[in-house]
Ligand binder design. Structure first.
Ligand code: NAP
Length: 248
């Protein structure tokens, strides 16, 4: 029987790369997205072209009812989720904390931290062998911004990602006896659309050469690590976080 992968923010960037690679690894894939229906549909088409089943699910990950509905629809149409990637995220324009509007701080913490707590809560309620589930694997997408303490004008974003790190390690320990592995990835500078939202012009071209490996990473390089963490090859790995950052 095939396994089912659910990826939040699967329509673009790192999430889309995880969906594509997941299909090649044999998963049926549920592609969650916020608003870019065309992008989500294109990813789903690529999953189907790889011979796997795919559905797209529009839903705001910060909305508890939408998150529960996302897991339920996935279970009804593809089967219960075996592998969950809590990936969707946003960023604010780079600035000193004193200059960032409170509404922006709230938006970033809501989507980059609170929403991941909600999503993981719903995932565990369904996966836990103590609650009648069959177990599973969860990968959370953090950021090097947590290790770098939000340097460069990203304190709210980095603080939210620091919270993701606590969630990953704490939940990994909490559900280790319930058939669920929980791990995280901290991508460094990755060439995706999110860079346009930082307000820093040509960020990849300017900062890529400052990375120890001398370049930015690709979404596919992050996806490779995520698929390994989700796989049975990582069967003794939980409550830990890998950096995918070119040495940064
Ligand atoms: P991206 O290309 O901007 O894609 C963001 C994705 O998240 C899109 O699929 C978007 O859906 C979805 N999304 C945003 N808000 C959502 C919400 N409220 N509910 C559901 N989906 C939502 O970003 P990315 O670079 O791939 O980032 C993915 C993750 O990696 C994020 O958590 C980010 O913080 C993290 N990360 C990225 C980098 C980097 O350098 N790129 C580095 C470290 C960490 P729509 O397409 O519908 O808008």
């Amino acid at each position: 029987m095939s396994r089912v992968l659910l990826v939040t923010g699967g329509s673009r960037g790192i999430g889309a790369a995880i969906c594509r690679l997941g299909a090649r690894a044999g998963y049926d894939v549920a592609v969650n997205y916020a608003g870019r229906e065309d992008a989500a549909a294109a990813v789903a088409a690529e999953v189907r072209a790889a011979g796997r089943r795919a559905i797209t699910i529009r839903g705001d990950i910060a909305d508890e009812a939408a998150v529960a509905a996302m897991f339920d629809r996935c279970a009804e149409e593809l089967g219960s989720v075996d592998a969950f990637v809590s990936n969707a995220g946003v960023i604010h324009k780079a600035a000193p904390l004193a200059e960032i509007p409170v509404a922006e701080i709230r938006r970033v913490v809501e989507i980059d931290l609170t929403a991941h707590l909600i999503c993981c809560r719903e995932a565990v309620r369904r996966m836990s062998t103590k609650r009648g589930g069959k177990g599973g694997a969860i990968v959370l997408i953090s950021s090097m911004a947590s290790e770098l303490f939000g340097a460069g004008g990203f304190i709210p974003y980095g603080a939210a990602k620091g919270g993701i790190d606590v969630l990953t390690i704490g939940l990994g320990k909490e559900v280790a006896g319930e058939g669920i592995r929980v791990t995280g990835l901290r991508p460094g500078l990755i060439d995706t659309d999110i860079q346009d939202d930082t307000g820093i012009e040509s960020r990849i071209a300017r900062f890529g050469p400052t990375v120890p490996m001398g370049r930015a990473g690709t979404a596919e390089e992050v996806a490779e690590a995520a698929l390994w963490l989700l796989s049975d090859k990582a069967s003794y790995v939980t409550g830990t976080i890998f950096n995918v950052s070119g040495g940064r």
